[in-house]
Write a protein that binds this ligand. Structure first.
Ligand code: AVI
Length: 358
């Protein structure tokens, strides 16, 4: 398949495969974000910095760890219930939609939806081009009837989806699995949900996976697995900063920590300085006191009620919900705007809750 290029400066064909549009933030933007993040208290970096080629591979390995059940549970739910989800997603839409996945990663979750929804095209947005290219190629081979377009970008900070013939004049359905919303703090998460509404356009729909609070021990183990993959994922960030932003972090001078913070309903992941030290990065020197954390990521967990309240603040209304058997995770179906157009299909006050098979 050969598609017209959206923008000759940023677009390329993946060796006879699907097209990739590269909108990765420039080094200057990364530098600005690092300086902003390290100037905060506690020091913190944007979570997407974790996903260079190596980090994306490490994240895939996290998803295979026995302690990290989120990916397995969500994939199973999608495999078992994609037919119902596709029906609900497509209800009232009289044109083949485009399916847009935010933070698409290895593209291993979307298959059942592509089969049941049969969208006119599938657009995968992800920060790591190295990861996206082979994933798009493999997905296109498995689903030759659905045109696949990859967009390498920070999806939280693009003004609009790139202009492209595949996207023109079609309703858009967003897919945001994996509970990645949890990697944004509350105001940013609210802003992101509003941003998705803008990217998807009027009447946009969103199928979003949300991980729920549970016992501290299970959550802390999920983010600090016995095999040490979560820790390696965080330490990879230091290597990336050293390589790309002229840093001199000494990984041996930090230790990894994942802590459940019940009052904020989140796991805080951090590299904690083992000693007083100075680190050069992005043209400046940064002091770290012994015990001082550098937050690599938060993972906020929402009850369904808390999530729907946040989504409502961003203008989204619930159309349905599917939960895994253990009640750890839900896939929520949302529509943007008021519900009256869909009032016959669902009960707004009490959206459909459907549990997976026990
Ligand atoms: C991508 N995101 C939803 C993961 C999470 O569960 O918060 C990132 C992660 N970091 C360490 N383990 C998983």
């Amino acid at each position: 398949m050969t598609l017209p290029l959206a923008d000759p400066t940023t677009s390329s064909l993946i060796e006879d495969g699907p097209e990739l549009i590269d909108l990765h933030p420039a080094v200057a933007d990364m530098e600005r974000l690092v300086i902003e993040g390290l100037s905060r208290h506690p020091r913190q970096l944007p979570a997407w910095f974790l996903y260079d080629a190596e980090g994306s591979q490490l994240f895939d390995r996290i998803c295979e760890q026995p302690e990290y059940s989120l990916t397995r549970n969500e994939t199973k739910l999608l495999q078992e219930r994609a037919g119902e989800m596709a029906l609900a997603l497509g209800q009232g839409i009289n044109q083949q939609p485009v399916l847009v996945e935010f933070g698409a990663g290895n593209l291993r979750k979307v298959g059942p939806l592509l089969e049941t929804l049969q969208p006119a095209a599938y657009v995968a947005l992800d920060i790591s081009a190295d990861h996206l290219v082979p994933a798009c190629r493999a997905l296109q081979a498995r689903h030759p009837d659905v045109p696949v377009l990859g967009v390498c970008c920070d999806y939280a900070n693009i003004d609009h989806l790139p202009p492209h013939p595949l996207l023109e004049g079609r309703p858009r359905i967003g897919f945001y699995p994996g509970s990645s919303l949890g990697n944004f703090e509350l105001p940013q998460a609210r802003g992101l949900l509003a941003h998705f509404a803008e990217l998807l356009g009027p009447g946009g729909r969103l199928l979003i996976g949300i991980d729920q609070p549970r016992e501290a021990a299970r959550l802390e183990a999920a983010y600090d697995d016995a095999a040490g993959v979560s820790s390696a994922f965080a330490f990879n960030l230091l290597r990336r900063l050293n390589r790309e932003l002229a840093g001199n972090f000494d990984p041996a001078a930090f230790r990894y920590q994942a802590q459940w913070e019940p009052t904020s309903s989140r796991v805080a992941m951090a590299l904690v300085s083992r000693q007083n030290q100075m680190v050069d990065l992005a043209g400046r020197s940064w002091s770290f006191a012994a015990g001082e954390p550098l937050i690599t990521e938060y993972s906020v967990k929402y009850t369904p009620e808390a999530f729907l309240a946040l989504a409502a603040e961003a203008g989204w209304s619930p159309l349905g919900r599917w939960s895994d058997g253990a009640g750890d995770l839900s896939l929520h179906l949302l529509v943007h705007g008021k519900m009256h157009a869909h009032s016959q299909e669902c009960n707004h006050a009490n959206p459909t809750v459907q549990r997976g098979q026990p």
